[in-house]
Design a protein around this ligand. Structure first.
Ligand SMILES: [Cu+2]
Length: 171
């Protein structure tokens, strides 16, 4: 029988890993939750659903990507969206200025635990620059949605023509 070890002794023996875990903040917690999720508890990680891309009416103009982010149990932040199919992608906010529709780049979007962030026409969206000119409606575009927690969610977004109805949510 090994001698009983009091919790105080344990705490003294493990000061470094605990201190490191504390200082590093969110990422280790995410990993811990990921590990727990693998042990039979329900998975509550961030998901990206209902993604689609509306192609521009004029060839060469940027396309717009829309999707829904449902966050898991950790407050997180969308930090970037990229696509191997596009030369560049930007997160944009839509607004109105003097009766004109405007848009401006967003550095990121905070998403509270359990919250849903909807990227839709007239609201936040992602602009895709430099998609191939030959890209026809119906062909998917891959989106890589990155979060501050370290997660990257890949999703294949179907494309629709400029005038086509949105497959999900508001047009
Ligand atoms: Cu835009």
């Amino acid at each position: 029988m090994p001698p009983a070890v009091s919790t105080r002794v344990l705490a003294r023996r493990l000061p470094m890993p605990l201190a490191r875990l504390h200082r590093a903040g969110r990422a280790p917690l995410a990993l811990l939750l990921l590990a727990l999720a693998g042990c039979g508890t329900p998975q509550k990680m961030v998901t990206v659903t209902d993604a689609y891309v509306r192609l521009p009416a004029v060839r060469g103009n940027p396309a717009a990507a829309y999707f829904k982010i449902e966050n898991g149990v950790i407050p997180d932040r969308l930090v970037s969206v990229t696509s191997p199919d596009a030369s560049r992608a930007e997160i944009h906010a839509s607004g109105m200025h003097a009766g004109m529709a405007t848009m401006a780049p967003l550095p990121g979007v905070d998403i509270a635990a359990g919250a849903t962030a909807t990227f839709a026409p007239g609201a936040n969206h992602v602009m895709l620059f430099g998609l191939p000119a030959t890209l026809a409606p119906g062909k998917p575009v891959r989106l890589l949605v990155r979060f501050q927690s370290g997660f990257t969610v890949a999703t294949d977004a179907p494309t629709i023509a400029a005038g086509q109805d949105a497959p999900y949510g508001p047009s």
